[in-house]
Design a protein. Structure first.
Length: 441
């Protein structure tokens, strides 16, 4: 059978005599007409869409894949055809793709979570993503996730060293925190979205790094302020005992109606069916109590929370040590004796739309008398438009810090629009941000 649209005549005149002679040596040639129907199953999604969409309309060429979910960004001109586009993509990618969704409108909520409509397939937004040897479980309708940032996660975590202390102010479900913990770092991870923290704890358990992560559900400014605040007791040992006792008595419950103004540590003292890590039933219903037994939540004393809702970093380190005796990873890791108000190595701020504005939280948050070693490296993500310069971004960061930044380093992460790119600005926190004993900031 000759499958070539260049051969149309029965005498095969379109084929060179040399080729015909070679064919005749192989077998006896007899030309007969034959009809072959190439149906829907044969053609690619791109070919099918080019045939059914109006001429001149740009055919969607790619989509983001999150586990078994295909995320489309259908332009306005294609919205009338969104259902047929989704059906073709679903048909041509099943069973690898089981759900096709489209983002509806701009992201306006405080948790950076888009609103989606399901166009084809199953109405199930719970999925699993595997990156750099880690498994991430998430409900794509409740938490933020961007698969295109995988290389950036690897790049930044590669700068962390085993045993270092990492502070992740906008941790999400753990794309930085989980691999950092896998590397042997101690991670204080925070996010305002309680669903993100719930899945962070699930992922910490799945990846067997719950012994290295302490998870919090707070406003980022409050989180960094309390994490860096040394105990006020004159006798730190006695103070730590009382703080831990307060932890043992505390019970944290989600408050959906006041999650912004009354944000607090999102380490609900709950127990979860994590014996089967791949099963989180009914995650779409945020009103159901889906329980977890993960990072810093295995015992009430591990929740690192005072009765007034503040962070007890000393209790967190104590919890790390208790769990370290049981986990092989932690037994091999020599835990630092320093508390977070004494030393942190890296602070990650992955909220590019507004992270620069959160730099003001570092003004006077570290007490000089308590700090040991160099100040932390800040990794602040931001967007930069074509008409902006690196000097302008640094100036904005310095204005928020009220301090001069020395040797800032910019890394271009990815282009997000024709005239807009995502960058990571890294720098050592200036000493001017220290809070001196006599200073009241």
């Amino acid at each position: 059978m000759i499958l070539s649209d260049r051969v149309q005549s029965h005498d095969l005149s379109e084929i060179s005599p040399q080729k015909l002679d070679e064919l005749k040596k192989l077998c006896e040639i007899q030309v007969i007409p034959y009809s072959l129907t190439l149906g829907y199953s044969y053609w690619s999604a791109d070919h099918v869409l080019k045939q059914i969409l109006p001429p001149g309309v740009e055919v969607p060429s790619s989509f983001e894949t999150i586990g078994q979910i295909a995320h489309l960004n259908i332009h306005d001109e294609l919205l009338p055809y969104k259902d047929v586009i989704a059906k073709v993509i679903y048909d041509k990618n099943y069973p690898r793709i089981k759900t096709v969704v489209n983002k509806v409108g701009a992201i306006t909520n405080e948790f950076r979570v888009p609103k989606f409509e399901i166009l084809a397939g199953e109405s199930d937004m719970v999925t699993e993503v595997k990156q750099y040897g880690a498994t991430f479980k998430l409900d794509y309708s409740l938490v933020y996730w961007n698969s295109r940032l995988e290389h950036e996660h690897i790049r930044l975590v590669s700068q962390f060293q085993r045993g270092e202390i990492i502070c992740d102010m906008f941790a999400g479900i753990g794309p930085f925190a989980i691999p950092a913990a896998q590397k042997g770092c101690i991670v204080y991870a925070n996010d305002l979205n309680p669903d993100s923290i719930r899945y962070l704890k699930i992922n910490a358990e799945i990846n067997k790094v719950d012994d290295c992560i302490c998870a919090y559900n707070m406003d980022a400014r409050k989180f960094i302020s309390q994490l860096m605040e040394a105990p006020v007791c004159e006798n730190n040992a006695e103070c730590n005992v009382s703080m831990l006792k307060a932890c043992e008595d505390c019970s944290v419950q989600e408050n959906e109606e006041s999650r912004v103004e009354n944000t607090r540590l999102g380490v609900e003292a709950e127990e979860a069916p994590v014996t089967v890590p791949g099963n989180v039933e009914g995650a779409q219903d945020s009103n159901r109590n889906i329980h977890t037994s993960v990072a810093a939540t295995k015992r009430p004393s591990d929740c690192c929370l005072e009765e007034n809702g503040s962070i007890n970093g000393d209790g967190a380190m104590d919890a790390f040590r208790r769990k370290g005796g049981k986990k092989k990873r932690m037994r091999a890791l020599e835990l630092p004796n320093t508390k977070p108000w004494e030393h942190v190595d890296h602070i990650v701020m992955n909220l590019p739309a507004s992270a620069l504005h959160f730099l003001d939280a570092f003004k006077g948050c570290i007490q000089r008398k308590d700090w040991k070693g160099p100040l932390p490296l800040i990794h602040c993500y931001c967007f930069m438009r074509a008409n902006q310069t690196q000097e302008l971004i640094v100036s904005e960061a310095e204005s928020a810090l009220n301090a001069h930044i020395q040797e800032p380093i910019f890394h271009r992460v990815r282009d997000v629009a024709p005239n807009k790119a995502m960058f990571c600005l890294s720098f050592r926190l200036p000493e001017a941000c220290f809070k001196d004993d006599a200073t009241n900031i």
